[in-house]
Design a protein around this ligand. Structure first.
Ligand code: ZN
Length: 489
């Protein structure tokens, strides 16, 4: 298998990727908590790990990609006390919590499909794995790294930290964590404020509850990922991914849970995507800059100057390296829209090039650059920049300034198909929207031939009328010396 490097958040350096099994890759990514519409913040991890999934598959790996659905246990403020996010939404909307979870899971799937994000291999729900979570809590208790208090089970961070290092993923020490956590108010069942819940006894009004050896209750938020990754990928697996915002406490707690239960780290490579900011600010409901994916696709939000297509969003995400920050603005998205259009037009132009006796540029350059870029920690912006260089060369070829043999044209097409469509996962929305420019073409050509005749007869009124009517339905006409050209806007 081809040698690739990945940046491992755990060791803070790039490492050569060596899966446990040379042909299979196990990959776990923390998915959404399904209590609201999918938003811009969901797009980045989804596209990043879709890129990784597609890329590893393209290298020939059999990838088992597990992305969970959190439908229980994620409390307000990501804390141990407070209302369950899904139960709260259910209360406000007077629905069953599972109606909320189902509805928003479907919304998430729809948005992901639009963004060209492939469905993972397995998509387990936390509520469907209560038994596995209870079993893992029991293992942690048996290993001595948790304690029971009033029907709830808490992870004993101090005890764990004596044997292992709590905080090593996020680069924290327990001392820093102690000084940064507020003191317990005396109401809590925890021994220390930094301990976290593995199982919570449900208050009488709490609807989502299951029986356990300790109480009727529900699992702590971090528990599901440790339990489900172990169930589907084994005690040790290759890649664990998620957004940087999950690094602490969620992933730190997952590492502690898995290590306490299994006696070893479960994931070998921890991969984190950076966040999306909006005009330099964090996205947040209180800041008025919270944008759902549907609002982006329709343009229906006060800060949006226009609608942006799903592929524009995907291209915008891929234009930055996944570990860099990515700032959303109308200008940046408009630039992405133009760039994507240029790329797709270049690909259409390539399809029309006629072969020549010799090639004037070395087509192997494109594949070499794309391959090197992807192998270097999924450097999608470098892939895109190589593609743009070649779009320029293709456009020169259309103008007769470059030429390619039939074999080289085929190579170019296959490299571009592989990187643009299979690996970057883009699609030509305009071609798809035109839904058969093929059927439309003869009609438009006929009208434009009638327009040529009108012009020849100096019937300017008819000529203009044909052009204006075509423009009105989104067909842009360009006059050429020897005829016309047109495109669907
Ligand atoms: Zn998780």
């Amino acid at each position: 298998m081809e040698k690739i490097v990945l940046y491992n958040t755990l060791t803070r350096r790039k490492e050569t990727f060596e899966p446990i099994n040379p042909e299979h890759v196990g990959m776990y990514v923390c998915g959404p908590t399904v209590y609201g519409d999918p938003h811009l913040g969901h797009a980045r991890p989804a596209v990043t790990f879709d890129l990784m999934f597609r890329y590893l598959q393209s290298l020939g790996y059999k990838v088992r990609y597990v992305r969970n659905i959190t439908d229980v246990g994620h409390l307000e403020q990501d804390a141990d006390d407070g209302e369950d996010k899904i139960a709260k939404k259910a209360r406000l909307e007077q629905l069953e919590p599972m109606e909320i979870a189902h509805y928003y899971t479907e919304r998430y799937h729809d948005a992901m499909r639009e963004l060209g994000v492939k469905s993972p291999s397995i998509e387990p729900h936390a509520s469907g794995h209560i038994i596995e979570q209870i079993a893992m809590v029991q293992r942690i208790l048996d290993a001595g790294y948790a304690y029971e208090s009033n029907g709830s089970i808490y992870f004993d961070v101090e005890k764990y930290n004596k044997d292992y290092h709590y905080g090593r993923l996020s680069g924290r020490n327990l001392d820093d964590i102690v000084t940064n956590t507020r003191e317990l108010d005396g109401q809590s069942d925890k021994h220390h404020s930094f301990d976290f819940a593995l199982w919570k006894k449900a208050a009488p009004e709490h609807i989502m509850r299951w029986p356990s050896p300790w109480s009727d209750g529900f699992p702590g938020w971090h528990m599901e990922c440790s339990a489900m990754s172990t169930k589907y990928l084994g005690e040790q697996f290759d890649i664990h991914g998620g957004g940087m915002d999950l690094m602490f406490p969620h992933h730190e707690c997952e590492i502690a849970q898995s290590t306490a239960a299994l006696g070893k780290d479960s994931a070998r490579y921890w991969v984190h995507n950076n966040m999306i900011t909006i005009n330099g600010q964090k996205m947040g409901k209180s800041l008025g800059n919270f944008i759902t994916l549907e609002q982006l696709f329709t343009g229906n939000h006060p800060i949006l100057e226009q609608a942006y297509t799903p592929m524009t969003i995907r291209f915008f995400v891929l234009q930055a390296h996944y570990r860099s920050t990515l700032d959303f603005s109308n200008e940046a998205l408009q630039a992405a829209e133009k760039g994507l259009d240029r790329l797709m037009k270049g690909i259409e132009t390539l399809g029309k090039l006629k072969p020549a006796d010799k090639s004037t540029s070395d087509v192997a350059d494109l594949e070499r650059r794309c391959k090197e870029a992807m192998a270097d920690d999924l450097n999608s912006p470098m892939v895109i920049s190589a593609l743009f260089d070649w779009v320029r060369i293709i456009n020169q070829a259309a103008e007769g300034q470059q030429s390619f043999t039939a074999g080289d044209l085929e190579t170019l097409k296959s490299v571009i198909n592989r990187y643009v469509f299979d690996i970057l996962g883009l699609r030509n929305e305009k071609a798809a929207d035109a839904g058969g420019k093929d059927m439309v073409s003869p009609l438009v050509d006929m009208l434009l031939n009638m327009r040529m005749e009108a012009k020849a007869n100096k019937d300017w009124a008819t000529s203009d009328k044909i052009r204006d009517n075509l423009t009105a339905i989104g067909i842009r006409v360009k006059d050429r010396k020897d005829g016309f050209d047109w495109e669907i806007e």
